[in-house]
Design a protein around this ligand. Structure first.
Ligand code: SF4
Length: 288
């Protein structure tokens, strides 16, 4: 049984089946509903397609829908927008982010590439990254094709693999190809070198939300000692999307409200979208 959303602007939901209302609204909006494999069952049940982010985005491209309701995390909805520029893309909860994606902000990557221009990096980006990072990449990879994509990289180029250092290290071992890996810790590395310093840094930082790459025990301590701030676990070996709290932020109620109000909407400057599409197309070409 679903509860009544307090910001609901339409007719009363009491005694109604919200899933049915959502499907009715979907028809009115000429929308297609996509749900990532790791979304809650209620959302998978109302979805037209369930799958991984890239597969879903291409499924949507084959439809004549005007609107995509993407039940997943932010970078996935951005990927849908990159591939479906003429469709409006709606995400149930804008806060459904991805700490792995956020560990590599586009401006930091751009700065890094500029500072290391002599390396002439060939940038391979795991798909769990923002549109801004995709726009800076030469090619995208998924966990399924990372091996193939790395093997096909030009032999005379240095490779920078972003943002997942664990996947990067694994692929390096499999392919024997040396790569520089983007470290999530880069953001904090200059400031922090011990546990006590990390706690002090988090307490004194003006940031309200802090990505912390550490073991669960320290996260517990940080949350207890600094209750006014949000600590987001950074990508580690334990970052498993099936258990991701961001994935679970989307609910049937939020999906309904988002489609009703047509927000939050994902928009991208066309120049970024175009640049972000190129490395996706290259990946598709290389993985044929
Ligand atoms: S588990 Fe990690 S990589 Fe997967 S969506 Fe959540 S934060 Fe991102």
């Amino acid at each position: 049984m679903v509860s009544v959303g307090i910001n609901f602007a339409g007719p009363s939901r009491v005694g109604t089946d919200l899933a049915e209302e959502l499907l009715e609204l979907k028809r009115e909006r000429n929308a297609v509903i996509l749900a990532h494999n790791y979304q809650v069952p209620e959302l998978q049940d109302v979805a037209d397609f369930v799958g991984d982010s890239l597969g879903l985005s291409y499924q949507a491209a084959k439809t004549d829908a005007d609107v995509i309701l993407f039940c997943g995390v932010h970078f996935m909805a951005e990927t849908a927008k990159i591939i479906n520029p003429t469709k409006r893309v709606i995400l149930p909860d804008l806060e459904a982010g991805c700490s792995l994606s956020e560990s590599c902000p586009p401006d930091k990557l751009a700065q890094f590439l500029q500072e290391h221009a002599d390396k002439n990096y060939y940038v391979i980006a795991y798909i769990n990254c923002s549109a801004g990072v995709k726009a800076l990449a030469d090619v995208i990879c998924t966990s399924g094709n990372a091996d193939k994509i790395v093997r096909s990289a030009p032999a005379d180029r240095n490779i920078l693999f972003v943002p997942d250092q664990n996947l990067g290290a694994w692929v390096m071992e499999r392919t024997g190809r040396t790569m520089d890996l983007w470290h999530a810790v880069r953001m904090l590395a200059d400031e922090v070198c011990s546990t006590e310093k990390m706690v002090t840094f988090c307490r004194e930082s003006p940031a309200r939300e802090i990505i912390v790459v550490t073991e669960a025990g320290l996260l517990h301590r940080l949350r207890k000692e600094i209750p006014g701030k949000t600590f987001i676990p950074g990508p580690t070996d334990n970052c498993f999307c099936g258990e991701c709290r961001f994935m679970k932020m989307n609910t049937l109620e939020k999906a309904y409200d988002a489609l009703l109000n047509m927000e939050p909407e994902i928009t991208l400057p066309e120049s970024v979208r175009k640049r972000a599409e190129k490395p996706i197309l290259r990946m598709l070409e290389l993985s044929k």
